[in-house]
Design a protein around this ligand. Sequence first.
Ligand code: SAM
Length: 119
Amino acid sequence: MNHADHVRLLRGGVPAPGGVWADFGSGEGAFTLALADLLGTSGEIYSVDQDAGALRAACEETFRVRAEHPWPPPIALPAQWEKSFGALATGLELSTTTLPDAERELRTFLEAIRSAADA
Ligand SMILES: C[S@@+](CC[C@H](N)C(=O)[O-])C[C@H]1O[C@@H](n2cnc3c(N)ncnc32)[C@H](O)[C@@H]1O
């Protein structure tokens, strides 16, 4: 099956562009990418898998197809976000409450995906 087949399979289940969707057990993202085509730029998709190697492949392909940012994406959290991040973290009772810690954790997370072995 190719990308066109994946889009064709999903088309009947997607009533309109946009919305918030999840692809649980997304693997290397074949159906996430098909869904992205059907939802358009107003859609939001959470692509979830326990296999970091599969997620790496999905990220590489998604960033390649969208061609907007390099993979892995550069991380730069503006210092002026510190106050609002702190308030959000407190409100949500996050264990990470400072922007530098959040940036460090994000970098660690991305590095774990970037360096994951093949699925
Ligand atoms: C058969 S593959 C399907 C991949 C993709 N949806 C497709 O159709 O190409 C199933 C995927 O579900 C993932 N998976 C299974 N159990 C899971 C769990 N409890 N949490 C997250 N991912 C899970 C596996 O790692 C695997 O990538």
